[in-house]
Design a protein around this ligand. Structure first.
Ligand code: GLC
Length: 525
């Protein structure tokens, strides 16, 4: 169904993902917080973003940095409590920016009162029925109920000790053992989520990014999985019994009814589903408004691969007449300069890819620090905080390398991120060259480049229109034209190529004699 009336605000919005514990620390405890975000809203306004997406700030023991929620209707004191969120929302709205939050419906924290009650009660009780408890298999239930593995490594089941002191049932956790999966077959689970949604939407929150939106429904009988696929990103999830089960769509339809009571709000699903038809089901008119399509993020820096990712993302959205989404980075994946080869080449490619992404029709998501060209940071073992490190038996280092705090100003760590040098993850000394302050004063910096690109995207009519057309281009390159007229050229080859005619609006690297160098992109009107 085409959207009646004017397009909704999110249909071409530029979202900016704030990883709150790494953005700005206002109280000197070494962790970023919400007053820190409020203090930096002017920066976000000048960057030109439309909406903020906050990673989880609800009450949490922080086993998975907030993706283990113990009270979904309150803000953790680490982030400044509910009052700090209200201050942020009010200030952001005053500046014309929306605020969206992370919502974690697939699991809770093991410290959530529901899970504590489940532990204290007996097998088969109503309390246990809110989670996925099963008896073990084999003699004395010694083995887990099935062979599922956790995304973070190790088995997806943990055995509990019953009230009588004996080993008892097992519970399912697709992630950390501190993140028990909820039983979405139990209507109480949706009822509670509805309360949570209304609680925040009534407070003025503009929408939610829904965590593991392809994960809530579990298949009847919990059949074994074939092969061992741990990481979400690497696995082709489409035939994995842990995810993308049919029942999930009824859950999204229920969730959507709540959003419909708040017509300006948006639901954005984290959907690690590859197949276009399967993906499209999540963004049908009565399910999610938007779904993260991760194909572009998964693409190599290769023209054919990138073109395939764009074509498929657009095709998947088109099946449901939904808005495409684009993202190259988030708190779960290697940062682009590192992913695209590291060093100056990696950074050049990251800038070029940002131009490709910003040229595409639909909603775009930036991840804090992307606009500074921050790379991954290699951390020593003792600095690692991601539960993946422990759960994988120290075989996977986890995601801390892309979660380093933002360098704001000054010449030594923590570069204005915090008043204490003892920050939750350390900032490397070489980031002295990458601080916001330095980059703001350098017209050639990555930050200045992003500001210019974002300004052009939001102000020029060439960026209008919902479709793109592929134009001929030299080997190793890709060229597309927006229906509004913009031409975007990416040179993913080895040598400079001549640019087509037209007014050069922006290039990610120096254009010499009408030639675009390798690892660069250009916009033409
Ligand atoms: C999502 C989040 C990730 C988190 C996981 C479990 O994939 O993006 O950071 O660890 O869900 O909630």
């Amino acid at each position: 169904m085409p959207h009646p009336g004017p397009a909704p605000w999110w249909s071409r919005a530029l979202f900016y993902q704030v990883y709150p514990r790494s953005f700005r620390d206002s109280n000197g405890d070494g962790f970023g917080d919400l007053d820190g975000v409020t203090a930096k809203l002017d920066y976000l306004k000048t960057l030109g973003i439309d909406a903020i997406w906050l990673n989880p700030v609800m009450v949490s023991p922080m086993a998975d940095n907030g993706y283990d929620v113990a009270d979904p209707r309150d803000v953790d004191p680490l982030f400044g409590g509910l009052a700090a969120l209200d201050r942020l929302t009010e200030a952001a709205h005053a500046l014309g920016m929306k605020v969206t939050m992370d919502l974690v419906p697939n699991h809770t924290s093991s410290q959530h009162p529901w899970f504590q009650a489940a532990l204290a009660s007996s097998p088969g009780s109503d309390q246990r029925e809110r989670y996925i408890f099963r008896d073990g298999t084999g003699p004395d239930g010694l083995h887990p109920p099935n062979n599922w593995v956790s995304i973070f490594g190790g088995p997806a089941w943990t055995r509990i000790v019953e009230a009588d002191g004996n080993p008892g049932q097992w519970y399912l956790h697709l992630f950390d053992a501190e993140q028990p999966d909820l039983n979405w077959d139990n209507p109480e689970v949706f009822d509670d989520l509805e309360k949570t949604l209304r609680f925040w939407l009534e407070r003025g929150i503009d929408g939610f990014r829904i965590d593991v939106a392809h994960g809530m429904a579990k298949p009847p009988g919990l059949p074994d999985m074939e092969g061992v696929k741990a990481e979400m990103l690497l696995a082709d999830m489409d035939d994995d019994p842990r995810f993308n089960n049919d029942g999930v769509h009824e859950i999204h339809r229920q969730i959507r009814t709540v959003f419909n009571d708040y017509p300006h709000s948006v639901a954005i699903g984290e959907v690690w589903v590859y197949d276009n038809e399967q993906f499209a089901r999540y963004v049908r008119p009565d399910e999610l408004h938007l779904g993260f399509n991760f194909r572009l993020l998964r693409a190599e820096f290769d023209a054919a691969d990138i073109r395939g990712a764009i074509e498929n993302s657009m095709a998947a959205a088109a099946i449901a007449d939904a808005t495409p989404t684009w993202t190259l980075a988030n708190h779960d994946v290697d940062r682009e300069p590192t992913r695209y080869g590291g060093g100056q080449v990696g950074l050049a490619r990251a800038r070029a890819m940002a131009m490709v992404m910003l040229a595409l029709p639909g909603a775009v998501f930036l991840y804090n620090g992307e606009e500074l060209g921050l790379p991954n940071v290699d951390l020593p073992d003792e600095a690692l905080r991601d539960p993946v490190w422990e759960r994988s038996g120290h075989t996977r280092r986890g995601r801390d390398a892309c979660r380093i705090p933002i360098p704001w100003d000054g010449d030594t760590p923590p570069f204005g991120f915090s008043d204490t040098p003892d920050t939750w993850l350390p900032l490397p000394p070489e980031w002295a060259a990458l601080t916001v302050e330095k980059q703001l004063h350098d017209a050639g910096s990555t930050l200045s480049f992003f500001r210019r690109a974002i300004e052009i995207r939001s102000s020029r009519g060439e960026f209008d229109g919902r479709s793109i057309e592929w134009l001929n281009s030299p080997t190793g390159c890709l060229t597309f034209q927006r229906s509004g007229g913009l031409v975007c050229v990416l040179n993913a080859g080895d040598t400079a190529v001549p640019l087509p005619g037209g007014e050069l609006l922006l290039a990610s690297d120096e254009v010499i004699d009408g030639h675009l160098p390798a690892n660069a992109a250009a916009w033409l009107a």
